[in-house]
Design a protein around this ligand. Structure first.
Ligand code: FES
Length: 169
């Protein structure tokens, strides 16, 4: 797919997901018809990006990056803690949906913020330098409708090499 076609498609996918919560096969066919490309081209572009959903989700989505930088900085512990909090084992790259209707949690490949690993995205907002103890507070604040300001959970300034508070293992 050409860059200009991607540039046209991605905003449409974002808008559709914002309105409907996910992108169905049918909607991908509609986009393909509108843009004059094959449904396969739309699907291959959409599925390349971890921010797009292809099935209905619970109220909040939690993406835990398990790319190499995040894995080396403790993403497995974040997964284990999140599994405990939602009462379900997080099932790899396929979303796990909590039975209370609140959480859809999945592992994702690199979120593109490796220098601030490990990174968790909640409803698309990035929280960086996360440790397992952060997860309870993070989920509770989203549940209450008062999400924290995105960014480093250790108050790292842009360009700072190390977080001000040491990461705990
Ligand atoms: S590996 Fe996690 S943000 Fe890149």
């Amino acid at each position: 797919m050409s860059g200009s076609l991607s540039a046209a498609l991605i905003p449409l996918l974002h808008q559709h997901q914002k309105q409907h919560g996910y992108i169905s096969k049918e909607s991908m066919k509609d986009f393909a018809a509108k843009l004059g490309v094959s449904p396969g081209q739309v699907e291959s572009t959409a599925t390349f990006y971890s921010m797009f959903r292809f099935e209905p989700e619970n109220r909040h989505s939690v993406d835990i990056c398990t790319g190499i930088s995040c894995m080396l900085r403790g993403s497995d512990d974040l997964l284990a803690q999140t599994s405990k909090l939602i009462g379900e084992p997080v099932n790899g790259f396929k979303a796990t949906h909590s039975t209370d209707g609140e959480w859809s949690v999945r592992e994702v490949e690199c979120l593109g913020a490796c220098s601030c690993a490990p990174v968790v995205a909640v409803d698309g907002e990035y929280y960086e330098d996360a440790v397992p103890a952060d997860m309870k507070k993070l989920l509770q604040s989203y549940k209450k409708g008062r999400p924290p300001v995105p960014g480093s959970l250790r108050k790292r300034e842009i360009g700072e090499m190390k977080p001000r508070t040491a990461l705990k293992k």
